[in-house]
Write a protein that binds this ligand. Structure first.
Ligand SMILES: [Ca+2]
Ligand SMILES: [Ca+2]
Ligand SMILES: [Ca+2]
Ligand SMILES: [Ca+2]
Length: 143
């Protein structure tokens, strides 16, 4: 009699256990689909080695439909000759840039232009173009 009751208890316990939801399948730590380290890939349509920052994909492995790379920074992903563009500082604001002071970017930063022909970037009056009559250039002044 005692044995039968014990067996019944075991059966009831098993039945109750079966009804409980199993947590292992929904646990993100043990789910094989999320155990890889995702990386950000950038589409490299012109295959110059630099990706388009506007066409990024987050995945475990590089997508197979097209060329993807791990580095971005391609300002023009349709032209393999163009990656970053070079801009020149225009400190005096005359619209002409200093060839000695450059920065690589896709868009010109504040006070930078895509011109490198300013002969004196501290003087807005010193710039390429017709020489103002009667004005003496500082660059030819020598001791
Ligand atoms: Ca590219
Ligand atoms: Ca390019
Ligand atoms: Ca300038
Ligand atoms: Ca100038």
């Amino acid at each position: 009699m005692t044995f039968r009751l014990s067996a019944l208890c075991v059966l009831l316990a098993l039945a109750a256990c079966k009804g409980e939801p199993t947590e292992t399948d929904s646990d993100p730590d043990t789910d094989p689909d999320t155990t890889c380290d995702t990386q950000v890939f950038y589409a490299d349509a012109d295959q110059d080695g630099a990706g388009d920052p506007d066409a990024m994909v987050e995945a475990c492995e590089a997508p197979t439909d097209g060329t993807y790379v791990l580095v971005d920074g391609d300002c023009d992903d349709a032209d393999p000759d163009v990656q970053m563009l070079t801009f020149f500082a225009d400190s005096d604001g005359d619209g002409f840039g200093d060839p000695e002071d450059t920065v690589d970017a896709c868009e010109p930063p504040t006070d930078y232009v895509d011109d490198d022909t300013d002969c004196d970037d501290t003087d807005p009056d010193e710039k390429p173009g017709p020489v103002v009559p009667g004005r003496r250039s500082r660059r030819v002044r020598k001791r």
